[in-house]
Ligand binder design. Structure first.
Ligand SMILES: CC(=O)[C@@H](O)[C@H](O)COP(=O)(O)O
Ligand SMILES: NCC(=O)COP(=O)(O)O
Length: 257
C-alpha cells in the first residue's frame, strides 16, 4: 500500500557465536555475519550478551560497535553489570530482557510492572547516556503501561508463545495469541511507544506480524541463522526482507531482485 513505512529488520547473530564457541576458536565470526547481513539489507544488528556468555561475548559487543556501521541493539539482563557495559559501549539501543541461567532461551517477557523501582533507575541511566531503551515484554496491558511509565522508548513484543502455538498446529491458541499481539501493538502505540516484535519468527510468521500497522521493527535470529546453514546468510536475509515487505505492503523490485 502506498505511503506505508517499511518495517525494519534487525538480525540477531547470537547463534553464529553459538557455532563459533562449539570449538572454542574464532570461526565463524559474528562480526563477519553482521557485515554480511548489512550487505544483504539488514537495518540493524541485535546481540544478546548473556550473563553466562554462552554465545555472544564482551569482545563481540565491542567489535560490533566498532566495526559494523549499523544500529546495534544490545540485548541484556537489567543488571548493574550489564548497565555498566552498556554505558561503556554506548550502543544505539539496549533491549532489557529477562534472563535465567538455566533457561535454554528467553522464556517470557520482562516483568516491568513488578520491577518498576529497580528498572526506573536503570532506564534513566541508559537514557541519560543517549541510549534508546527497549523493554522485551509480553503483550499485556500492565506491562505496556509500566514500560510507558518507566520512560522506555520502545517495547519489543514477545512473539514466542504465538510462534510455539503455530509450530504445534494449535490453531485456536495461535489465533488467540495473535489477537493479544494485535491488541498489544495498538495499545503500545497509543502509549507513544515504538513497537518492535521478536522471538521465534520464521518467514511466514514475520510476514504476518509485519502486517500489523504499529510494528516498526522485527528482530529475528535463530531461524535465520538456521536457514543460512542451507541457503547462505545473504539469501535468507534478502528473503526475510521480502517477506516482511510483502506483509507490510512495501514490496519493491529491489526486494524481489
Ligand atoms: C529476547 C529474545 O527473544 C532473543 O533475542 C534472545 O536473544 C533469546 O536468547 P538466545 O539468543 O540466547 O536464544
Ligand atoms: N528479540 C528477539 C531476537 O532478537 C531474536 O529472537 P530469535 O529469532 O532468535 O528467537
Amino acid at each position: 500500500m502506498r505511503g506505508e513505512r517499511p518495517v525494519r529488520l534487525g538480525v540477531n547473530i547470537d547463534h553464529v557465536a553459538t557455532l563459533r564457541n562449539a570449538r572454542g576458536g574464532a570461526h565463524p565470526d559474528p562480526v563477519r555475519a553482521a557485515l554480511a547481513a548489512q550487505a544483504a539489507g539488514a537495518d540493524g544488528i541485535t546481540a544478546h550478551l548473556r550473563e553466562d556468555r554462552r554465545h555472544i561475548r564482551d569482545s563481540d559487543i565491542a567489535r560490533l560497535k566498532a566495526e559494523v556501521p549499523l544500529p546495534l541493539n544490545f540485548e541484556m539482563a537489567a543488571t548493574d553489570e550489564m548497565v555498566a557495559i552498556a554505558l561503556r559501549t554506548r550502543p544505539h539501543a539496549c533491549c532489557l530482557v529477562p534472563e535465567r541461567r538455566e533457561e535454554r532461551t528467553t522464556e517470557g517477557g520482562l516483568d516491568a510492572a513488578g520491577l518498576l523501582a529497580d528498572l526506573g533507575r536503570k532506564v534513566a541511566a541508559l537514557k541519560a547516556a543517549g541510549i534508546r531503551v527497549s523493554l522485551f515484554i509480553a503483550p499485556e496491558a500492565d506491562q505496556i503501561a509500566a514500560a510507558a511509565a518507566l520512560g522506555a522508548d520502545i517495547v519489543e513484543l514477545h512473539t514466542g508463545a504465538w510462534c510455539e502455538h503455530r509450530g504445534a498446529g494449535a490453531d485456536a491458541a495461535a489465533e488467540a495469541e495473535f489477537k493479544r499481539l494485535t491488541d498489544g501493538a495498538a495499545r503500545a502505540a497509543a502509549h507513544g511507544l515504538e513497537v518492535h516484535a521478536g522471538h521465534g519468527l520464521d518467514f511466514a510468521a514475520a510476514e504476518k506480524v509485519a502486517a500489523l500497522p504499529e510494528i516498526v521493527e522485527l528482530n529475528i535470529g535463530h531461524f535465520l541463522i538456521g536457514e543460512a546453514v542451507f541457503d547462505g546468510l545473504d539469501s535468507v536475509v534478502r528473503r526475510m526482507r521480502a517477506c516482511i515487505a510483502r506483509g507490510r505492503g512495501t514490496l519493491t523490485l529491489e526486494d524481489v531482485a
